[in-house]
Write a protein that binds this ligand. Sequence first.
Ligand SMILES: *Cc1c(COP(=O)(O)O)cnc(C)c1O
Length: 448
Amino acid sequence: MRSYKAKMVEPIELPSREEREAAIEEAGYNVFNLDARDVYIDLLTDSGTGTMSADQWAAMIRGDEAYAGSRSFNNLADAVRDVMGFEYVVPTHQGRGAENVLYGVLLEEGDVIPNNSHFDTTRAHIVNQGAEPVDCPSPASRDPNSNESFKGNFDIDAGYALVEEVGADSIPVVVLTITNNSVAGQPVSMANIRATAEFARDIDAMFVIDACRFAENAHFIKQHEAGYEDTSVAEIAREQFEHADAITMSGKKDALVNIGGFTAMRDETVFEHAKQRAILFEGFPTYGGLSGRDIEAMAVGLREAVTPPYVHERVEQVGELGDMLSERDVPVYLPTGGHAVYLDAGEIFSHIPKEHFPGQVLVCALYREGGVRGVELGEFAFPGAERPDLVRLALPRRTYSREHLEHIAETAEEVMESAHEYDGLEIVEEPPMKELRHFSAKLEPVSE
Ligand SMILES: *Cc1c(COP(=O)(O)O)cnc(C)c1O
């Protein structure tokens, strides 16, 4: 059951098979090069692609566009205080802006920063400060078939092993990403949040939470962690932040907006420094690179994210897509995460070697068969990383219906049935930065 109905619609169209074949060839077998109007169901990302509520749109009209001291900023600060419990807030144009502001204040050259798993922009901003990002994912995350509940956890033992290796003085900050985007959107338990906070305190480090999907994470805690069955998502959401010193947030995720972000903290000195850096990179600290209306929509979205039944329906819909795919024997990472379903392309195209990008073959096949756009997160996106060749299907919030999910599952099933007919791909044109090649490189089917 859905607790909302459509008030505004955006037409979408499935181009003919001939048009899809021409479009993917024209795009150099890279779906980032497709025109969005040639895509029927767009699962490239859940970031900033969701549907806002009538309340959010109404709030946009009320947006206060004052350069300094805007009323909309006060509304955001109130929402962050109520929903997340932080006293000080600096708005930014999106999550990476928050990372730039906060890590620019906290890090120095030579620092080492552990995280359950760094998201790409987090990693890049830490490297940009001359520091070294280190991933400490839970060992359970390595098994795609175990149905364990909190595979996004931080591996505390790996954290202490890192302290042994580099010394506690090199680690000024410990980060925890909830949910763990880089590990198939898997959640982190409250017990692990507490243990990671204790680890940080023990080594005299600040504890920072990458809060992008904090509401989805709270939902998983309510569903699966003993003792939280009768606690509201809003209370769990707040409890997650009790032991954190600061957060970075992308409003494009669990603040339910198309653009925006912020960093928030408890320490007044960190706040003062963050504001200085925000002026340099984002804008005056009461607008942070956003219009007042964007800030207003983010303030409302933050509250909606923890108000039932929003997040329950959100995560259950992702689970439903996972179930539809599993029922059709499509290999998916288990259990289904909070924002996306991950398909194992290496298993579907076991005849295609890693260097010919089975993940990218699957992404192109899903587009060609059904106009569905996903994204490759394997050898093409992370060259040489020894990762499984996964394809992510990320669901925008409050956007698609069950009929759309059925179309996605049927498309994947059709691809599975003719999997042996697909050839691998090779890169024919590549940008100078290998780390960014999946955004623009062009490919061709391998000629025997
Ligand atoms: C999206 C995301 C970010 C960066 O946010 P942007 O708004 O895309 O800049 C950081 N961390 C995680 C876990 C994310 O999912």
